[in-house]
Ligand binder design. Structure first.
Ligand code: PLP
Length: 406
């Protein structure tokens, strides 16, 4: 532990010490293979069942057999989409959105090249979907669509999509519905038993469990084809010896997330709101991106006009503050993120977006420290910016940017 402030929890989270405690015996004394029929295996098998129930409880799923452990969120996403295509070979179309995480986006782009048709739902300036467009698409193409895959919450802006409503619309049209809920699980309450969602992906390392473990929720009765074939683990739906310790950790993390749900939505949200208000009131020419009225309680993404997000990040890092300039996968690239571009954020602002993502481990004192650190960093960078003059932005800097990206 050090004094640095970690505000990059949408990239990954610290494993909760109580989760580590729960996991430790499964590296040593409890080392049995849960598939073995002797006592070593049986004890571990019972612990896996408990973890499955803990996940079931957090999701509000009907039955623990609906929980399939995977190696990560990406695997759960791929399994869901590929299963829907394999199980319905006569359906060659997919509906998804332009703002998905690469785990879904890249797969759909690949499938497009492979001959499938992907209907990409666009978003408006606040990152919201147009449900009329979606309804029309379902009406016109329902018989051809294998699956709708729409993220529950966006990893960059925290914007929440109305997936429960969208699932009902899909299921009414006879179409399977999957949601990538990697960012939403543990941050907002869920009750899958009362929804029409057929499949849902989650990832351990976003909710204080270890990296390298995830879950595919598969509603009972949903047609399914495994991605990995081999042993009979996970009832034959995901072959491969289970990552026992991490699964135990994920179960514990889900139990803790249920207990902390209110704290997340009251205290963490209050810290996020204070952070945003503190920055917006001290810095000119910056604005929050996404649907600020309808977003995850821990996330705020602020666009600082006329400066580079990467430069802000470097100076923040020097000041002992860790944030991100988009999703973990896009930071490092000089192109603005696909999410900002999809919302039509101008280049002069899209290049300067910073995502602050909090967790229950942050404190108000840390937030005040960030609020103090940001304005001088922005001022320092704007002094160096060719688009910033003595009295603020120089005349129409958008024109200056335009030729580079024409
Ligand atoms: N989906 C979303 C929305 C994410 O934010 C991430 C990770 O950043 C993933 C999927 C991928 O999860 P994993 O890292 O477990 O593969």
């Amino acid at each position: 532990m050090n004094d640095d402030v970690y505000l990059d929890n949408n990239a990954t989270t610290m494993v909760d010490p109580a989760v580590v405690d729960e996991m430790l015996p499964y590296f040593t004394l409890q080392f049995g293979n849960p598939s073995s029929i002797h006592s070593f295996g049986n004890t571990v098998g019972r612990s896996l069942k408990k973890a499955r129930q803990q996940v079931q409880d957090l999701l509000g799923a009907e039955h623990d057999s609906e929980i399939i452990f995977t190696a990560c969120g990406t695997e759960a996403d791929s399994t869901a989409i590929m299963s829907a295509l394999k199980a319905q070979p006569d359906r060659k179309e997919i509906i998804t959105t332009v703002v998905e995480h690469p785990a879904v986006l890249s797969l759909c782009e690949y499938l497009e090249k492979d001959g499938y048709t992907v209907h990409w739902l666009k978003v408006d300036g606040k990152g919201r979907l147009d449900l009329d467009v979606y309804a029309r698409l379902l009406e016109e193409r329902a018989d051809h669509i294998a699956v709708v895959s729409v993220m529950w919450a966006n990893n960059e802006t925290g914007t929440i999509f109305p997936v429960e409503k969208m699932a009902t619309m899909a299921v009414d049209a006879g179409v399977m519905f999957h949601t990538d809920a990697v960012q939403a699980v543990g941050k907002i309450p869920m009750n899958l038993a009362d929804s029409d969602i057929d499949m849902l992906s989650l990832s351990g390392h976003k909710l204080h469990a270890p990296k390298g473990v995830g879950v595919l929720y598969l509603r009972r009765g949903t047609r399914f084809r495994p991605l990995l074939r081999g042993g009979h683990q996970e009832r034959g739906r995901r072959a491969g010896t289970e990552n026992v310790a991490s699964i135990i950790g994920l179960g514990k993390a889900c139990e803790l997330a249920s207990q902390k749900m209110e704290y997340e939505n009251v205290e963490v949200k209050a810290m996020r709101d204070r952070l945003q208000e503190g920055i917006l009131s001290a810095v000119t020419h910056c604005f929050p991106t996404g649907d600020v009225e309808n977003r995850l309680p821990n996330t705020c993404n602020i666009a600082f006009e006329y400066i580079e997000g990467e430069a802000i990040l470097m100076l923040l890092n020097k000041a002992g503050i860790a944030a991100s300039s988009g999703s973990a996968c896009t930071s490092g690239s000089l192109e603005p993120s696909h999410v900002m571009m999809a919302m039509g954020i101008p280049y002069t602002a899209a290049h300067g977006t910073i995502r602050f993502s909090l967790s229950c481990y942050n404190t108000m004192a840390e937030i005040e420290r960030v609020i103090e650190a940001v304005p001088p960093i922005v001022a320092q960078l704007r002094k160096l910016s060719p688009y910033w003059g003595e009295n603020g932005p120089i005349e129409d800097p958008a024109k200056l940017f335009a030729p580079t990206y024409a």
